[in-house]
Design a protein around this ligand. Structure first.
Ligand code: GDD
Ligand code: MG
Length: 398
């Protein structure tokens, strides 16, 4: 793969935010010696290097009642060496959609001989193991893991930790193009190969997010991301004193982290999760508030934003859904202790203009769960031991 070198980096305390890097070649050919200067403006990342990162990576696919064909396509796009972790919150009563997903995955893994895990977010054994290890932040009143993609993501991160992976990436189950999924994962691997710190995050920016109207229109920015990015940049500008447009991936659902970073971040529920990751990084390592973790502060936290070649096309869930995404994300920024009056006004102005909140209303504060390193992983691992086999897609064949 050939990808632009990070040409511009904005610094915020110990956080290094790299500007968008474009993919130049999806495939850069056989490994050979580079000509002098070949790797200055552009990085050539050899297949072997990509594979060495993919081997250490778990790819999490959160799913809730998506079309099976889309799900199967997504699975087929994940490079073979990654461990696939599917976390489902699909219906089980009546038509058992979870079972259908499990059967699809099992069959797929049988023929491709690849490793994957699938579990239901509401699995009582999982909730019980969390209880036993003293980590109750994900649990609802019914003592099961709560609804939401974010809750599923956190549970899946725990599985990645148990599987001793070093990186974890997230890819939605409703992507139409397996080729785009394949590219996302290669971008994750490329980003990690360029990282100087072991506390790194890679966020995907789509070159286009087409809309189907009359014909197809290759739109670049979604409404939600445009607003979230503007507010996030305002928050950074107010602290550094320099206006910036550096953040272009505030809502990126497709993103990845080193587990070292993943386990020290707190996570917001619902669609606040991706913006909150950035907010938490700025709070924890921006140098304005006390540093959240000494080693990460020393190494620095590195953020890559990589723009893919493939356009992004996923299931359209309508206008109501957009509101449901904008509000929690802006709530995460609004309620940060870093957020000053000007950014707060900007957020309220946007939400009022969209008719999402009334005058005098405030965005709700997202529920934030404690970093995973606060839990007793040994206890959790012990409690989960007897169930892990039942999560494996190749289990019947062992
Ligand atoms: N496990 C689980 N549990 N998965 C869920 C749940 C849940 O409660 N709710 C939704 N999902 C799955 C969906 O099936 C899909 O695969 C993925 O999570 C994303 O959900 P969507 O409902 O399709 O979200 P979106 O397309 O509007 O927004 C996506 O893109 C945004 C911008 O990049 C999400 O990834 C957002 O988180 C992201 O900010
Ligand atoms: Mg979607």
């Amino acid at each position: 793969m050939r990808i632009e070198s990070p040409r511009y980096t904005e610094r915020f305390g110990s956080v290094r935010i790299n500007d968008v890097q474009q993919v130049l070649e999806l495939d850069s050919g056989r490994a050979k010696e580079l000509l002098p200067h070949e790797n200055i403006a552009v990085q050539k990342i050899d297949e072997d290097i990509l594979k060495s990162f993919e081997e250490k990576m778990a790819i999490v696919i959160p799913i809730k009642d998506e079309k099976l064909k889309l799900f199967e396509g997504v699975v087929s796009g994940v490079p073979h060496d990654c461990l696939i972790i599917v976390v489902s919150n699909s219906q089980k009563k009546g038509i058992d959609r979870f079972r259908m997903e499990r059967d699809t995955l099992n069959q797929y893994c049988h023929f491709t001989r690849r490793e994957a895990m699938i579990f239901h977010q509401k699995d009582p054994a999982l909730a019980q193991s969390l209880l036993e290890s003293g980590y109750t932040d994900l649990l609802g009143e019914d003592e099961l893991i709560g609804d939401g993609k974010a809750e599923g993501m956190v549970a899946a991160m725990l599985m990645a930790m148990l599987a001793k992976k070093e990186y974890v990436g997230f890819v939605d189950a409703d992507n139409y193009f397996p080729g785009a999924v394949w590219e996302y994962v290669r971008c994750f691997a490329s980003g990690f190969s360029m990282a100087k710190s072991s506390y790194a995050m890679v966020r995907i920016l789509w070159r286009y997010k087409p809309k189907i109207s009359v014909g197809m229109y290759f739109r670049k920015w979604g409404r939600v991301s445009e607003i979230t990015n503007r507010c996030m940049n305002s928050l950074i500008s107010s602290k550094t004193g320099f206006e910036t447009e550096i953040i272009k991936t505030g809502n990126a659902g497709e993103h990845a982290m080193s587990l070292k970073l993943a386990e020290i971040l707190p996570y917001a529920s619902s669609y606040a999760v991706e913006p909150q990751e950035l907010v938490s990084i700025f709070e924890g390592f921006g140098g304005v508030l006390p540093m959240a973790h000494p080693n990460a502060a020393k190494d620095g936290v590195e953020i890559f934003q990589i723009e893919t070649r493939n356009p992004h096309l996923h299931e359209e869930k309508g206008g109501q859904h957009l509101e449901g995404m904008l509000l929690p994300g802006l709530g995460a920024i609004y309620h940060s202790p870093l957020c000053e009056v000007e950014t707060k006004q900007m957020i309220l102005g946007e939400l009022r203009q969209q008719g999402i909140i009334k005058p005098r209303e405030r965005p709700p504060k997202p529920h934030v769960s404690a970093p995973l390193r606060k839990m007793n992983l040994k206890k959790f691992s012990k409690a989960m031991e007897e169930y892990m086999e039942s999560y494996s897609a190749l289990r019947e064949e062992r």
